[in-house]
Design a protein around this ligand. Structure first.
Ligand SMILES: NC(=O)c1ccc[n+]([C@@H]2O[C@H](COP(=O)([O-])OP(=O)(O)OC[C@H]3O[C@@H](n4cnc5c(N)ncnc54)[C@H](O)[C@@H]3O)[C@@H](O)[C@H]2O)c1
Length: 452
């Protein structure tokens, strides 16, 4: 594995561009919907829980939400996420915004950790928490234990809050307005993140990705991706959150041959991972039907961008290839190179989450959506594009021809999303195509590798 450049750069606090509205490419039709949603949030901040917050997508959600003035709680056990991702967000958003973040180190396989994170549980002792993580020691260690205890105590005092939202969740649409009496995020007398009241929105990202990993350890996949998901759903219900938005996956299309993929036509799952993500959708549907919860599933298609982990056996293709290229090593393409994907820059995924959480169209709730670009790129094309871009960004780069290996078990051959449903019901429109996203991404990895 070509890891050298990234091991050298690990921990460097480089702020990545966030998906906040300032970063939008102007002019697209849904730039309007997203810009409007962001403006509303900035005017009337809410409380959010991002699970998997130390991971790739979770850390971008955190960065955008903090830039929008929101109060954010994060839950992660660092199974595949990294403290340095959180440090990079901190460096990017600045200390004032960072104070609106509370981190809870915990495992979604533990119902109590989920309850704590949603604001629904008592008896939080035993979880490491770093409220605001503002201590000089950075992410590690500051304020462990005490902040969680305060979440539990305050929860008891705010027991009525969950009831307020429970009634609300049963209604059709929330109109995006803040709850009565909600204080602004920087109001010193107002409620801070981690003060024990329930969160408004959950963006559930925590899971074990990778088809290969799930084939090697299906029980672990089930424990985290299915049981952990159910724990989060139950905790969110108990807390009376307004809406539960979760990371679904294009893997759910399985062996269905149609292209582009439309949400209602799925095939048989090709891996335990694919099955786990489909079971998530089924549980969300059942919770919506039986308990009047508001849920939205986002079927991500090959999300990529800064902070995606390039290391390890289960790394995704784009960061893995950039790492290899930066170390002047040949890239290994699994299969003949014609395998194709709808690569989706992470800012598009962030946009989908914000729109899914705050959308006011009742028809948009309790649905699943494709989140991608509606383009298809073969691995061979991707390789050529990346080589060109890397050469432009780093003239000393020495392009290498790719090597071709065996197809990987469980991999879907072709993937491309129809994004019309998300466009129609959520107002989603990707702001970055593959080339635009790759330019940002390669620039970021080059800066990391060069120690900038
Ligand atoms: N990246 C993609 O292309 C893609 C595509 C489809 C779906 N998804 C889904 O999106 C979500 C985020 O993916 P990502 O690419 O950011 O992955 P990631 O591995 O970078 O992030 C996942 C985060 O969840 C945390 N986590 C894992 N198990 C946990 C547990 N038991 N308790 C608490 N935290 C736990 C990890 O430590 C990590 O920080 C996942 O649910 C994934 O399945 C991602």
């Amino acid at each position: 594995m070509a890891a050298g450049a990234f091991e050298r750069a690990a921990g460097a606090a480089q702020g990545a561009p966030s998906g906040a509205p300032t970063g939008l490419i102007a002019g697209g039709p849904a730039a309007g919907a997203y810009a409007l949603a962001c403006a509303r949030l900035a005017q009337a901040p809410h409380r959010w829980l991002v699970t998997g917050v130390a991971g790739f997508i979770g850390s971008h959600l955190l960065e955008t939400l903090l830039n929008l003035g929101q109060e954010v709680r994060g839950l992660d056990n660092f199974m595949t996420g990294h403290r340095h991702n959180l440090e990079q967000v901190r460096a990017s958003v600045g200390e004032q915004a960072w104070r609106r973040f509370t981190f809870i180190e915990g495992d979604i396989r533990d119902p109590q950790a989920c309850a704590c994170a949603c604001g629904a549980g008592d008896g939080m002792a035993g979880f490491a928490s770093m409220a605001g993580m503002a201590g000089a020691g950075g992410v590690a260690g500051a304020g462990a234990g005490a902040d969680i205890a305060s979440i539990g105590a305050a929860h008891a005092a705010h027991a009525g809050h969950a009831g307020h939202h429970a009634g609300h969740a049963a209604g059709a649409s929330d109109g995006g307005e803040p709850p009565d009496g909600r204080a602004g995020p920087d109001d010193p007398d107002g409620p801070g993140a981690g003060d024990g009241v329930a969160v408004d929105y959950v963006l559930h990202q925590a899971a074990l990705g990778s088809v290969s990993r799930s084939l090697e350890d299906p029980l672990l996949c089930h424990a985290v991706n299915v049981s952990g998901f159910l724990n989060m759903l139950a905790a969110a219900r108990e807390a009376g959150v307004r809406r539960f938005v979760y990371a679904a996956s294009s893997a759910t299309y399985g062996d269905h041959p149609d292209l582009p993929k439309v949400e209602q036509h799925i095939g048989a799952p090709l891996s335990p991972y694919a099955l786990s993500k489909y079971v998530n959708e089924l549980y969300a549907q059942v919770y919506a039907r039986c308990y009047a919860m508001q849920t939205v599933g986002l079927r991500y298609f090959n999300v990529f961008g800064p902070r995606q982990d390039p290391l390890g056996a289960y790394a995704a293709v784009i960061p893995r290839w950039i790492a290899a290229m930066l170390d002047n090593e040949a890239v290994l393409i699994h299969g003949d190179g014609a395998t194709s994907r709808d690569f989706c820059f992470v800012h598009n995924a962030v946009q989908a989450n914000i729109l899914a959480a705050t959308g006011t169209d009742p028809a948009a709730v309790n649905q699943v959506y494709n989140v991608a670009v509606n383009a298809r790129t073969s691995l061979t094309q991707l390789h050529a594009t990346m080589q060109q871009m890397l050469l432009a960004a780093r003239p000393q780069h020495v392009p290498q021809a790719p090597q071709y290996g065996e197809f990987r078990a469980g991999d879907v051959r072709h993937s491309q999303a129809d994004i019309a449903k998300a466009a129609r019901l959520l107002g989603y429109a990707p702001t970055h195509d593959l080339a635009q996203g790759l330019r940002h991404t390669i620039a970021w990895y080059v800066a990391q590798a060069d120690g900038a």
